[in-house]
Design a protein around this ligand. Structure first.
Ligand code: GCU
Length: 428
């Protein structure tokens, strides 16, 4: 009983200290454009040995692998190639979800290494009006599948109770429905596949043993290797496993798997898209530091801040660049360029200075040459577009009014961007 109380008190203290740390860091961060230091971005179209990249084969065989290696070794950690067994079990299907507009399916993914298992619950919505296989948006939710909807048939995600005590306001059914306009997605002819990110790697200190990382051989608690994969690496891996499952679903168009992530999940979506080319369109919403924002601008959240607040997101090697951004041999425009020639979309919010909207725009802009190599078009100007005026080419971008969040404005733009590219391919 006593140990239990002590545990609870220390967990509460940790939450208080972390929130205090974030708000102090937010206050101390630089929000003045005039204070952005002079910086030189590493040359995207040049190999490590200084050769200019002018051909697709050089990009695909040399430069792209070099960049993937930098992001694996120094930012997100190495994704193991070991195969983990997975089984899929349909737990529940409702053919009359959303007043008959959609079919919802709840599917258990059980990952196993023969000794230990981790369960993850996927929630899939399919439009009933579809005449053939449909494109799908894939995205993790933060507060459990039940947080998308007031529909009581939608089950609670497995790892949610590890992170939030029952009774916490986050347990409220439908509390994230504003971020997930399921009806808009379905009415536009798209499917939605979502899972709580805690099911793959619970995002709270001390819970790594409950993550899928713990299933891999060589897993140990204790100090990590400099390039050890962490939470973002695990979430990216999990997205690929969702893609594996969706490839088995006959109602889904396998050529039209799209990944969308908000904030920390925007970082993970970009990393997933960089590694797994099955993600046909990659969308980052307000992903900020270690996501779409250029690190070298030192605007809003920095490497120093994000690695202090969330030590379990990035690999330990990333720490060497805190307060040392001029030494970074890469920047986040090169992460975005790894999507080329697949369309990538970056969304920012005007009041979300913490995520550095201008740094997000510039990274998207400077990814352009990788698209140009394929005869595709990046963003047209170094100047960001006006607020609420999306620019959609092969690289897309918008900055909307409002705060750090996912809104109907964002989703409407993502759906339009998807439609533009998938239709252009003559598929839908
Ligand atoms: C914090 C963190 C950001 C992150 C955000 C989120 O604000 O500092 O890096 O993107 O949480 O995921 O909501």
């Amino acid at each position: 009983m006593r140990t239990c109380n002590i545990k609870r008190i220390s967990a509460t203290l940790l939450v208080v200290i972390t929130s205090l740390h974030i708000s102090l860091a937010q206050k101390a961060a630089n929000y003045e454009e005039a204070k952005v230091p002079a910086y030189v971005l590493p040359e995207l179209m040049q190999t490590a040995n200084g050769t200019a990249v002018t051909r697709i084969d050089q990009w695909e065989k040399q430069r792209r692998p070099e960049l993937l290696e930098l992001f694996s070794g120094k930012v997100y950690g190495r994704t193991p190639s070991e195969k983990i067994d997975v089984t899929y079990e349909l737990l529940q299907e409702d053919k009359k979800a959303l007043s008959g507009k959609a079919t919802s399916r709840q599917v258990r993914l059980t990952f196993s290494n023969g000794k230990k298992q981790v369960n993850a619950l996927l929630l899939l919505y399919l439009p009933n009006s579809a005449k053939g296989p449909v494109p799908v948006f894939i995205g993790y939710n933060f507060k459990g599948n039940h947080s998308l909807t007031t529909d009581t048939s939608i089950r609670y995600s497995y790892n949610f109770p590890l992170v939030r005590k029952p009774g916490h306001p986050d347990w409220q059914r439908g509390c994230q429905s504003g971020r997930w306009p399921v009806e808009l997605i379905i009415d536009s002819g798209y499917a939605l596949a979502t899972m709580c990110y805690h099911d793959i790697f619970p995002d709270a200190p001390g819970l790594k043993d409950h993550s899928i990382v713990s299933l891999f051989s060589g897993y140990k608690t204790g100090p990590d290797r400099p390039d050890e994969w962490q939470a973002i690496g695990a979430w990216a891996w999990g997205s690929s496993r969702i893609a594996d499952y969706l490839e088995t679903v006959k109602e889904i168009d396998k050529q039209a798997l799209m990944i969308m992530g908000h904030s920390r999940q925007g970082k993970a979506a970009l990393w997933a898209g960089a590694q797994d080319k099955r993600f046909r369109i990659v969308i980052s919403n307000d992903s900020g530091a270690g996501g779409a924002a250029l690190s070298k601008r030192i605007f809003g959240e920095t490497i120093d801040i994000v690695t202090a607040i969330k030590p379990a997101w990035f690999c330990p090697a990333f720490d060497q660049f805190k307060n040392n951004e001029q030494l970074l041999p890469f920047d986040q425009h090169e992460l975005l360029a790894l999507m080329a020639p697949r369309p990538v979309y970056v969304a920012s919010a005007q009041e979300d200075l913490w995520a550095d909207p201008k740094g997000e725009y510039l990274a998207a802009y400077y990814a352009g040459p990788a698209y140009a190599l394929y005869g595709l078009t990046g963003l047209p100007s170094k100047e960001p577009p006006a607020v609420n005026q999306p620019v959609m080419r092969d690289v897309g971008y918008h900055i909307r009014t409002g705060k750090h969040d996912v809104t109907n404005f964002d989703w409407t733009a993502f759906i339009r961007f998807a439609g533009m590219h998938l239709k252009r391919d003559g598929k839908h």
